[in-house]
Design a protein around this ligand. Structure first.
Ligand code: AHG
Ligand code: MN
Ligand code: MN
Ligand code: MN
Length: 284
């Protein structure tokens, strides 16, 4: 196979129309709980099974890991790449018909791994238009995904704009630590609030308009909500490749290796100045 990573990107792109189509009849059915103990929707399972089939069909892919299932699924054969996915990010937005997406990261070697082991990462955003953002070799490209699953590149080298404009932070305000709440008071006097409940859609606003997105550690949940492998690594890889920064509150998310597959982490991505100020605020 000439370019296995391109084959992974094309496989994810080719699922986009089918995922989008499959959402219609699966808006409110619950399938149970996922390994993080969170509500699992039928749409989560549908997207997960579609991606597993398409990705394990690639000879070079030997392992498939997902937010929606416990162990890594291993394929036979001589493959060397592992793909970790969040099949449907922001799936609680389905009932309210708001944006959501699919996240993936390609690792050369077994999971869990450090974010520095990522060879490529990307997301599909099911917005008014279905788009796909891919980071590979330090370059971020944005494509439109057509109804047949083909990709048309619309932005060759996507980089964060010079000026930050928007911010969005998850978690209930009373659960924010004092240090984080003080930091947000500064940020909210400088930027506009944009928070929609789906990380991919909110981060795409940061990629487009500049700023910062985060889901902090909380008083009763210091590890936060988002998963390091399935959400932190790919989104950090994309934003850092676009000239931004990421953090778990102390260091780049790419420098972090989960001890267990579904480990959660505080997560921040966006303009380096805001990430630096955040780390300083949390270190006081
Ligand atoms: P997922 O749907 O994959 O479980 O992810 C949902 C995550 C993330 O997309 C979003 O930023 C965050 O949950 C929103 O959490 P709140 O609903 O607590 O704001
Ligand atoms: Mn979920
Ligand atoms: Mn998610
Ligand atoms: Mn998800």
């Amino acid at each position: 196979m000439s370019d296995p990573i391109a084959a992974v990107v094309d496989a994810v792109a080719s699922t986009a129309p089918d995922v989008r189509e499959g959402l219609v009849g699966r808006r409110t059915y619950e399938a149970g709980a996922n390994p993080s103990g969170e509500r699992q929707l039928e749409a989560d399972v549908y997207a997960d099974e579609l991606l597993e089939a398409r990705l394990l069909d690639i000879d070079a892919v030997t392992g498939y890991a997902s937010e929606e299932r416990e162990p890594v699924v291993r394929a036979d054969g001589e493959g060397q790449y592992f793909v970790a996915t969040d099949p449907l990010d922001g799936s609680s937005n389905l009932r309210s018909n708001n944006a959501m997406g699919t996240l993936f990261g390609v690792y050369d070697g077994t999971l869990p791994a450090s974010g520095d082991d990522l060879l490529a990462s990307g997301f599909v955003l099911y917005g008014p238009i279905t788009t796909m953002v891919v980071a590979r070799d330090g370059v971020v490209t944005e494509s439109v995904i057509d109804g047949d699953g083909s990709r048309r590149v619309v932005t060759e080298n996507l980089t964060l704009p010079d000026e930050p404009t928007v911010y969005g932070f998850g978690g209930r305000v009373p659960q924010w630590t004092d240090a984080f709440a003080d930091y947000v008071s500064e940020v909210e006097s400088e930027l506009k609030l944009r928070y929609g409940g789906a990380m991919i859609a909110d981060v795409n606003q940061v990629l487009t308009y500049g700023g910062i997105f985060g889901y902090p550690g909380l008083r009763e949940r210091p590890e936060g909500k988002l998963r390091l492998l399935f959400e932190g690594h790919p989104i950090a890889h994309i934003v850092e490749s676009a000239g931004g920064a990421s953090s778990n509150g102390e260091r780049s998310l790419l420098a972090c290796t989960p001890e267990e597959l579904h480990e959660r982490t505080p997560l921040f991505v966006g303009h380096e100045t805001y990430v630096d100020r955040l780390e300083a605020a949390l270190s006081r």
